[in-house]
Design a protein around this ligand. Structure first.
Ligand code: X5A
Ligand code: ZN
Length: 674
């Protein structure tokens, strides 16, 4: 449905007119650098370009006092001396004769974006604005911010569009205390912010930036602060924060709209943040947010002072909003101790208000699940063979070693290919290519099928031929993702062949998520090249770190914690370059659940995901999966039920078994007793 890019050149006008080392980083080039890079990448041209308008006095009045708005209006006619004197009345602020105009455009840009998304003109978008907004308060400018762009947009979405639940994700490296103050008692706005804190020793030095500030009155639990107490937080830390803190709450909240205070001073290279996360991380954060609110995501620029990193991160965000798959994350996916402590303390502070956090943090890790094997003892973890270390903290081969292989080049010309037998689906593959007696593909298909009795029938053989054709397209980099069908009786064998074929044709690490009754192929080596994850097994079991089975959670809440707390941490830790998702016999997944799982797995392997369905799946299921793999937002699941005690038990058991090897599973660290 499209992505809006809201901008106005006039917003480059405001600038610092005197000497002030604290404020000099907030420069006009921030906007031009971001926009130039978007053009270079051809991303700007793919967006719906909207020219920003000024917010009205009434619109500014949604969050600011009339006196404050007129004070800012008066700066238009002040001389440099007076501007400087007024600026000194606020913390980290400069005024310029153009400030009022720019700040009204910045707020107006956010309003236009929200209107475009909520009227269905576009699916999502980014407002590239200056000055930023999240520090500004009802009657105060603060931290380069004059009007609170995101807060105004949220108030407008409530007032003009009648929304009841808005999620604000503030990934800027500073605490958006302005947004926090404006909505602290408002349960219709869930505000999440992570920020450099260093136990209160970092600007803006506020006690209320800590994890125990959780909102007040009706708004208790609707302010979520994640203070970083050390610099150097990286991709694994940010991903862990989303998987283990933000997303469980966000799904439970079930927002109608997601606003992002998109500051990029949290990226590597930024002088303010001193963090380590790479620009690609913002593609992943964006993609994770796109599964909420039916994909209605409005991002607005806040900070970001390293021009190169800023431009690159803005491109990653826009590219992802446009539906392109996220580039794989680099570096070992191991959150640091300090990050884990922060995440744990935020979870503990929020637990009284969120049922998605309650059971898990209250349940002691069992040594054996109640549902486990009749012998009563779980099988020991196998060491995992020679490649075991590949997925351990210091991966060898390093992820980058496979990223430059030709079969893995990004952005294939075809994003999603569909190979289904149903007549009403777009069939990209000519059937005769596969069926032709003596054709190369036919012969190869027959050779792969020979060891499998279930693949002897013509229908099974034809389906396998199509799947192999599609898989080859993916491995060659011509096609990004795909969806294929197979007769139910041939599902296991077809999956087996797909795995072997993937591994022998260029995939270094293959993640297979098998739903329903699909056994791990018997001859699959424990060499660390395949991570086998079965959802729908009889019991929770980790036969090795690469062979995990868990029952299908009965409740939606359990399904969500299974994805966020198990599947994605394992998947991100494994760093596959090919993902197979198979909906096998008795998978029991409803369309929206299957769509959500597939949408989230798209974050792996550069979106190189092949979904395998049973032939008699409904056209609706095939359709929804094809759309999601293509980059469309999955439908929202609605308010989620609580996980059942059995669901939680299975998850906690597996976490206990697997945490030593898969560090992304860690939800928190125990703070040493003082
Ligand atoms: C929007 C933003 C930072 C202010 C830092 C003052 N403001 N030291 O990133
Ligand atoms: Zn900032």
């Amino acid at each position: 449905m499209g992505t809006a890019l809201v901008y106005h050149e006039d917003m480059t006008a405001t600038r610092l007119l005197w000497d002030d080392p604290e404020c000099e980083i907030e420069r006009p080039e921030r906007l031009t650098a971001a926009l130039d890079r978007l053009r270079q990448r051809g991303l700007e041209q793919r967006c719906l370009r909207l020219s920003a308008r000024e917010a009205s006095k009434e619109e500014l009045g949604l969050v600011h006092s009339p006196e404050y708005v007129s004070l800012v209006r008066k700066t238009q006619v002040l001389g440099e001396e007076e501007l400087q004197a007024l600026s000194r009345q606020f913390d980290a602020i400069y005024f310029h004769p153009s400030t009022f105009h720019c700040a009204r455009l910045a707020a107006g840009a956010g309003l236009q974006l929200v209107d475009a998304v909520l009227t269905g003109t576009v699916q999502n978008g980014l407002a590239l604005v200056r000055p930023p907004g999240h520090h500004s308060q009802r009657a105060a400018a603060n931290g380069f911010c004059v009007f609170n762009n995101v807060a105004i947009a949220a108030a407008h979405a409530k007032q003009k569009h009648g929304l009841h639940r808005i999620l604000i994700v503030d990934w800027d490296v500073h605490h958006g205390q302005g947004i926090q103050y404006l909505f602290e008692d408002d349960p219709s706005v869930l505000y999440f912010s992570w920020h450099r804190y260093e136990h209160g020793r970092f600007w803006p030095f506020l006690r209320e930036s800590d994890a125990d500030a959780v909102g007040r009155g009706q708004g208790l639990g609707f302010t979520v602060n994640l203070p970083w107490n050390q610099v150097g937080m990286g991709n694994a830390d940010y991903m862990a924060a989303f998987l283990h803190l933000l997303l469980p709450l966000a799904f439970e909240f079930d927002p109608e709209l997601v606003l992002v205070s998109a500051g990029f001073d949290s990226v590597i290279g930024d002088p303010e943040g001193q963090m380590q996360a790479t620009p690609e991380c913002f593609a992943h954060l964006t993609q994770l947010l796109q599964v909420l609110a039916g994909g209605r995501v409005c991002a607005m620029l806040e900070g970001g002072y390293h021009l190169e990193s800023l431009a690159e991160s803005v491109c990653m965000t826009v590219q992802t909003l446009l539906g392109d798959p996220a580039p794989p994350l680099s570096g070992p996916m191991v959150p640091c101790q300090s990050a884990l402590e922060s995440i744990q303390s935020a979870r503990a502070a929020q637990a009284p208000y969120w049922k998605s956090l309650q059971l898990q943090d209250a349940t002691p890790v069992p040594t054996s699940p109640s549902t486990h094997s009749p012998e009563g003892r779980p099988p020991p973890l196998l060491p995992g063979g020679p490649m075991c270390k590949a997925a351990a903290p210091a991966p060898a081969p390093a992820p980058s070693s496979f990223l430059d292989q030709p079969c893995l080049c990004p952005a294939p010309s075809v994003r999603t290919t569909v190979a289904l037998t149903a007549p009403d689906t777009t069939l990209v593959l000519p059937p005769d290519v596969i069926q032709q007696e003596g054709s190369a593909l036919r012969e190869e298909t027959e050779a792969w099928a020979r060891p499998h009795k279930s693949l002897a029938r013509e229908e099974a053989l034809t389906a396998l031929g199509k799947l192999l054709y599609l898989l080859d397209g993916m491995l060659d980099g011509q096609v990004n993702s795909g969806i294929a069908a197979t007769p139910a009786s041939a599902a296991a064998a077809t999956l087996d062949v797909a795995i072997q074929r993937g591994l022998s044709h260029g995939a270094q690490r293959l993640l297979c998520v098998a739903l329903g009754q699909l056994d791990r192929p018997p001859d699959l080596a424990h060499d660390g090249r395949t991570l086998w994850l079965n959802i729908g097994g009889k019991e929770a079991a980790a036969l090795s770190m690469f062979h995990v089975s868990t029952p299908l959670p009965v409740m939606t809440g359990g399904f969500l914690s299974c994805i966020l707390g198990l599947v994605l941490p394992l998947a991100y830790g494994f760093q596959p370059d090919l993902v197979l998702v198979a909906l096998g016999p008795g998978h029991g997944l409803q369309g929206p659940h299957a769509a959500l799982l597939s949408a989230m797995l798209r974050g792996l392997a550069g979106g190189r995901v092949l979904a395998l369905l049973e032939e008699d799946s409904t056209p609706q299921l095939a359709g929804i999966l094809a759309r999601v793999l293509h980059g469309e937002a999955p439908p929202s699941l609605g308010p989620s039920s609580m996980a059942s005690p059995e669901d939680v038990q299975a998850l906690m058991y597996l976490r206990g078994q697997l945490e030593p090897q898969w560090k992304m599973l860690q939800v928190g660290a125990f703070t040493p007793q003082k």
